[in-house]
Write a protein that binds this ligand. Structure first.
Ligand code: EPZ
Length: 421
């Protein structure tokens, strides 16, 4: 298993290009199941999760391939659905596999998807996905660890009310509704930029969608949808991570091919903590404004609130800030796995339930560490970049799920980072 070795203490300098968003690409890929015409996606990041989705789609009958000589361009074509089952072995590797449920039942009248079960960051049920499909006329059965959704006569538009916003459920139901008869309304929809990106693709395929980016979505279903070409939006979480990499090392980094506005409330929190973010034509320049970082309280919220996917990285930064910071996680119940690892590097963190009190220390020290999810792992990378001495980060496959060529990108910014097999 690969490990990453980082010798800390180098202020990062230079330019980094931000990749296409993983969490936009995954539902966009699943949308190919809605049509027998080809989709062409640009700016597809080269990540393990994209490979997992590609394999799942291939099992279902999709020809999905990256075009040689055109980096980041993927074509997906599903002339005929060959299987309506998403097997356990693929779903357990990547929860986003559940995104094939809505498109499959909408097109084929039946879909069988392994229940994803819990994961490192929490129990993560899919009840909202299922209740939404029922509101569109599907019958749901759970047996043998699988959910089977059936709608032999096709789905019918309906009104869906979510008690809490869910990114995945909103995406699944938008795709299902795009092939349902009539109009669907989703109240309490998630508002993440990735939802807006999916709406843009579905519109290009022929669906009628109003309200994307707000909490009420109106979707006009069509009997068939067509092919389309789509450029995937930049990865706001990768961008936020490199902003914090610049800040924690006291460096100055130009991020290209991204958008500061996609950071939502994190932008203000970063600035409050002493990070300078200057917008540029195609991104932003991030640096430490003046002197030390300062402790700032944050609470994770659905977009446009502070993203849970940036919480671990922010905690790493707060470990070396002046003063204290109270970090409250409200989206997932178990998303502080990085805290005990950061403690091993000399941080001062007290966790009580969903809240972590971080008291800044003057320096962190390198140590062997590991983490059990993607964002927790990258927070250890940030801590390592600022730490004295060498840090060994194990279980690098978590990073490979969501950060394209992380050691090359950091290396280009001057970090002393090395991957060893
Ligand atoms: C998406 O997960 C992202 N994944 C996650 O990114 C991200 O952390 C999360 O949204 C929140 O922003 C992808 O886009 C592929 P949710 P998703 O449904 O859709 C509860 C990363 O590191 N819930 O919005 O699974 C759920 O348990 C990751 O890239 C239900 O109760 O998240 C959670 O508490 C990890 N019932 C909350 O809603 C449901 O049916 C929000 O989850 C669905 C969700």
């Amino acid at each position: 298993m690969d490990r990453i070795l980082i010798k800390g203490g180098v202020p990062l300098q230079g330019e980094v290009a931000i990749s296409g968003a993983k969490n936009a690409a995954l539902p966009l890929m699943a949308a190919c199941l809605l049509t027998d015409q080809p989709l062409e996606l640009d700016n597809v990041p080269d990540l393990a999760d994209i490979g997992s989705m590609q394999r799942l789609l291939q099992v279902l009958g999709v020809e999905a391939r990256l075009l040689p000589g055109a980096p980041g361009r993927m074509t997906l074509a599903c002339e005929n659905v060959l299987s309506t089952t998403a097997p356990y072995d693929l779903v357990r590797r990547m929860r986003a596999s559940v995104l094939v449920l809505g498109p499959l039942v909408a097109r084929e009248g039946i879909a069988r998807v392994s229940l994803p079960g819990g994961c490192a960051i929490g129990t993560r049920p899919i009840d909202l996905h299922l209740a939404g499909l029922e509101a569109l006329g599907a019958t749901i059965e759970l047996a043998d660890g699988y959910v089977t959704a059936t709608a032999p006569g096709g789905l019918v538009g309906g009104v869906i009310r979510f008690a809490q916003p869910s990114v995945g459920a909103t995406e699944n139901l938008m795709m299902a509704a795009a092939l349902a008869k009539g109009t669907t309304e989703i109240h309490g929809a998630a508002r993440e930029p990735e939802i807006v990106d999916l709406a843009r693709l579905l519109e290009a395929m022929g669906a009628g969608i109003e309200g994307a980016g707000s909490s009420v979505l109106r979707i006009e279903g069509r009997p068939t949808l067509g092919g389309a070409r789509h450029h995937i939006l930049p990865d706001r979480i990768e961008a936020g991570t490199y902003v914090m990499a610049a800040a924690i090392t006291g460096g100055r980094v130009r991020l290209t091919r991204c958008r500061p506005d996609l950071l939502g409330a994190a932008l203000e929190k970063l600035e409050e903590a002493g990070v300078s973010i200057e917008p540029t034509e195609d991104g932003m320049v991030a640096s430490r404004a003046n002197g030390a970082l300062s402790g700032v309280d944050v609470m994770t919220r659905p977009f446009p609130g502070f993203a849970t996917d940036l919480q671990a990285q922010f905690m790493a930064m707060m470990c070396v800030a002046e003063g204290a910071s109270m970090i409250t996680e409200t989206i997932f119940e178990n998303r502080f796995m990085h805290a005990p690892e950061l403690l091993r590097m000399g941080a001062n963190i007290n966790v009580h339930g969903g809240t972590a009190l971080v008291r800044g220390v003057s320096r962190l020290n390198g140590a062997p560490v590991m983490a059990t999810d993607l964002r927790a792992s990258v927070s250890l990378v940030l801590a390592a970049l600022a730490a004295e001495g060498e840090t060994e980060i194990n279980r690098v496959y978590h990073l490979d799920r969501g950060y394209e060529q992380i050691e090359r990108k950091l290396g280009n910014l001057g970090a002393r980072v090395e991957r060893v097999a």
